[in-house]
Write a protein that binds this ligand. Structure first.
Ligand SMILES: Nc1ncnc2c1ncn2[C@@H]1O[C@H](COP(=O)(O)OP(=O)(O)O)[C@@H](O)[C@H]1O
Ligand SMILES: O=P(O)(O)O[C@H]1O[C@H](CO)[C@@H](O[C@H]2O[C@H](CO)[C@@H](O)[C@H](O)[C@H]2O)[C@H](O)[C@H]1O
Length: 428
């Protein structure tokens, strides 16, 4: 196990799903489960590890395949060597692990092919192409939490209630591991989630970006996206009844705005001149009348929505923002948070076009304004709710503050997008 942990310590920080920003992983094994393998040359192991790097412990799932050194299997997924000198491979890229996972989800069906979805994701998604029938996407959660993952919880309830706005649910995998905390106990939670996969479907970010770059009208799409959002909110409110927004719940939400601002101020020096104005926007929002709270998507933006031919808008990834603590993400919240998220996304379309070519700024901004108006109209037409005012303003600001942290950490060239939005929002 020593060599395995040493190899993982070097390999994990290079993975997009590894979230600790400071320091080298300090790993402890919380569970090490052997899965039945149909390849005699391959051992399939699912490791759950705690990382005690600063700001932790964070629990990660690391599916592994162990092969003999002479085995010629793929090396792109090579992690390192075990104590016995065998090769340690990243499970999702190896047929021995994908086969074992598939048999857990769909034991009665053969699968012809499996591939890892490429792109920058918080988790690792594998697409399975069965011999016949529609393809399946299985998301292997990387950061684990005790309890049912909100992505599974909300999408399973919505799909069960007949919502057309989420993919069909195929199955899930749960697991058990030792608690990472000081008290010795076991905990259980979600390891993977399988749903129908829509091949060759562009996400709304691509659709919107193309429309904006071509000066094409997006108002009908934005309107129907507003409607779909309202329908999902209506279903979530019915499926997960929540108490009225009491003082404690409000304090938890506004406290999270302030905590986030403190992190942003420490990481993004350009925010300092806006500090007082941001804080006073939060104070005004806290003193307005709050609507009822409910479960929400929590990390809603154009990249989380697919435009599926013959079906309309399909929402994905109800896990909430990866940087927020899981308890906050599970708590009833303001539906306005999702609306604010999508409005920020329209601004990102304009902002990214303007970063690439500054001459495009004016027409891109006009495109984003029109998308914003149509989206809000669609939401109002389906729900009767007109989203506006100090609370929406504060939520857009909180999202832009989050984005400033995200961009400073991952895409500094785009930091200007949320910073420009913050300047505008505090002046509203
Ligand atoms: N059912 C699906 N059909 C088609 N594409 C999907 C489906 N589910 C996810 N995707 C694609 O995979 C990407 C990542 O999925 P997501 O649930 O957001 O994972 P993560 O939690 O890793 O960010 C999405 O942005 C989308 O492009
Ligand atoms: O990977 P996740 O879906 O969990 O979301 C994270 O990454 C997103 C970027 O990929 C980031 O979204 C921001 O950039 C988008 C354009 O790339 C834009 O549409 C969003 O509105 C903007 O927030 C998201 O914030 C982050 O949580």
């Amino acid at each position: 196990m020593n060599s395995t942990l040493a190899a993982l310590t070097a390999w994990m920080p290079r993975q997009r799903w590894y979230t600790s920003t400071d320091g080298i992983p300090r790993l402890r094994v919380l569970s090490d489960e052997l899965l039945p393998s149909d390849d005699p040359g391959a051992e399939v192991r699912v490791l759950v590890v705690a990382d005690d790097a600063p700001g932790a412990p964070i629990v990660y799932q690391v599916p592994l395949v162990v092969r003999t050194a002479t085995d010629a299997a793929t090396s792109a997924s090579f992690i390192g060597l075990t104590d016995a000198g065998r090769r340690l491979l990243d499970g999702p890229h190896d047929p021995a692990y994908t086969g074992a996972l598939w048999r857990t989800i769909a034991p009665d069906q053969d699968v012809a092919r499996a591939e890892v979805l490429s792109g920058e994701q918080s988790n690792t998604s594998i697409i399975f192409h069965p011999g016949h029938g529609t393809p399946i996407i299985c998301k292997v959660f990387r950061r684990l939490h005790a309890g049912l993952n909100p992505d599974i919880e909300l999408q399973t309830a919505l799909a069960g209630a007949g919502s057309p706005h989420v993919p069909r649910v195929i199955g899930r995998v749960d697991g058990e591991w030792s608690s990472p905390g000081p008290i010795s106990a076991r905990e259980s939670g979600s390891l993977a989630f399988a749903q129908e996969f829509f091949p060759d479907v562009a996400d709304a970010w691509r659709v919107a970006l193309t429309a904006a770059a071509d000066h094409a009208d997006f108002s009908a799409d934005a309107h129907s996206l507003g409607r779909a959002t309202a329908e999902v909110h209506r279903d979530l409110a019915r499926l997960f009844p929540a108490p009225a927004a009491d003082a404690d719940a409000q304090a938890a939400i506004t406290g999270a705005w302030r905590r986030r601002l403190a992190i942003a101020l420490s990481e993004v020096p350009q925010l300092a001149p806006h500090r007082t104005a941001i804080e006073s926007t939060y104070v005004s929002a806290a003193s307005t009348r709050w609507p009822a709270l409910q479960r929400v998507h929590g990390d809603y933006h154009l990249g989380q929505v697919l435009q599926v031919p013959g079906r309309g808008w399909v929402l994905l990834d109800f896990e909430g923002e990866p940087m927020r603590p899981i308890d906050e993400r599970r708590a009833p919240d303001l539906a306005l948070r999702d609306i604010a998220g999508m409005l920020r996304s329209f601004d990102y379309v304009a902002g990214s076009l303007a970063v690439a070519s500054p001459d495009a700024r004016e027409s891109a901004d006009a495109w984003a304004d029109a998308a914003r108006e149509s989206f809000l109209r669609g939401y109002r037409d389906a729900s009767g709710v007109t989203a506006s005012g100090a609370l929406l303003n504060a939520l857009e600001l909180d999202k832009a503050v989050y984005e400033a942290i995200y961009e400073a950490r991952h895409r500094p060239a785009w930091l200007a997008i949320p910073l420009a939005a913050i300047t505008r929002l505090v002046a509203r």
